[in-house]
Write a protein that binds this ligand. Sequence first.
Ligand code: NAD
Length: 478
Amino acid sequence: MPRKQRKIKEDLNLNHIVSQQFDQAAALMNEPQGLLEKIKKCDNVFQVTFPVKIGNKIKHFVGWRAEHSHHRKPLKGGLRFSPLVNQDEIMALAALMTYKCALVDVPFGGSKGGVAVNPRELEVRHLEQLTRRFTVELLRKNFIGPGENVPAPDMGTGEREMAWIFDTYDTFHPGEIDNMACVTGKPVTQGGIRGRREATGRGVQFGIRQVFQHPNEIKALGLDPGLAGKRVAIQGFGNVGYYAARFLSEQDDCKIIAIGEHDGVVSNPKGLEIAKLFKHRKIHGSILDFPGAKSIADPQAVLETECDILIPAALENQITLSNVDRIRTKILAEAANGPLTPQAEKKLLKRGVLVIPDIYLNAGGVTVSYFEWSKNLAHIRYGRMGSRLEESRGEHLVKYLEATGGKPISGPSRDVLLKGGKEADLVNSGLEGTMVSAYEEIRGVYRRRRRVPDLRTAAYIVALQKVATALRELGIFP
Ligand code: NAD
């Protein structure tokens, strides 16, 4: 049963929260006030009410697309289907997209969209009608297009919805060769890219790994260096939470001791088997009653699990003044957007918790979306021309080394030498490189500049500096 939270007065408006985070970083920067104001303000927001025929009734839905910054084009950002969506939230998420893209050097401006709907309450055919109609509304106002604005999946949407969006856009732009680049996160068979589905969760894994590349900083948190054996609790077993859980447990030997969903929590101090839990949910419609695990009816309980790494990967405003004193983790890794309020964050930082900020940690999705968009414009799969050439070079190298060394090369070294870069390898290596260098850039600012209090402020400073440079170079029209 969801527990009644003790309500403590706190501003939970995400737009105000992002604005506060911006101000904290901007105050430490040496940029003209007018330029900083230009970066902070949202350029434009489109709101639409549109009808969908459901059975013999006509229902009305409200949708938004916010365009935060046009300093780079196209603009990019997810599309959210949730009953909780509202304009302020969409504007805030669009701003986060601008900062996120700048941070990981993805050449897009920030945007975000949403429709106030609970997708679980609609039949698939009605969801398709809704998605297509909303796409047409975006199209009418020039809020979608390969060079204008490119949506992607977010909460409540996935590959299926992205394919509908592409098909609708394509219908209205016959004969235009770049239509596929109007949306990312499509199925691989519809111009998607291998690795996009997993990208945000994988980016979370790469980001956490990079934090652990600094053993003294991990020891300072009271943890042993190395990810193996670390106790991880995750809120949300959707796209981001599921892949983060899988990769951290299967590739880094973390123990996923608790997973929370909208209807409750499953926990096991020895670690949950993530692939099996995924199958269990598919069959039974819920993660609860997973064999060998304890089930708890209160979804919020996952946040209070004693653990080394807590990963909120569901909704915003999950850790607030109402529950922050019960949070028992050393690292808070923000996979979701805006899961922690500024006042709760202050308390965690005071207790020495390391907060890995959302604008960095969940940037894997937009990074691989960028790869997909550029693949669509190139009209060729990455690795298609070079992969065989690399393999044949590898074969020559192995033969040469075996001949000169006098013994056969076997095992993983042989596999590495003989492997040509396929699309999935190239995507993952591009993503890893991006997450590694972005973290080091943020960490550099945090460690070198005495007045920068935390990683989030450092991440904002890195991002805002890049946007400021772009805007200064472009000038103000006319
Ligand atoms: P999703 O819809 O695939 O998954 C969200 C999951 O959270 C669902 O399984 C849902 O049932 C669960 N959930 C809902 N309410 C909950 C509650 N009270 N407690 C626990 N679980 C609850 O969405 P997603 O794409 O995984 O996105 C999750 C978060 O990550 C969002 O904040 C989103 O903005 C952010 N994000 C996603 C991407 C992406 O590529 N999908 C990229 C960047 C950031």
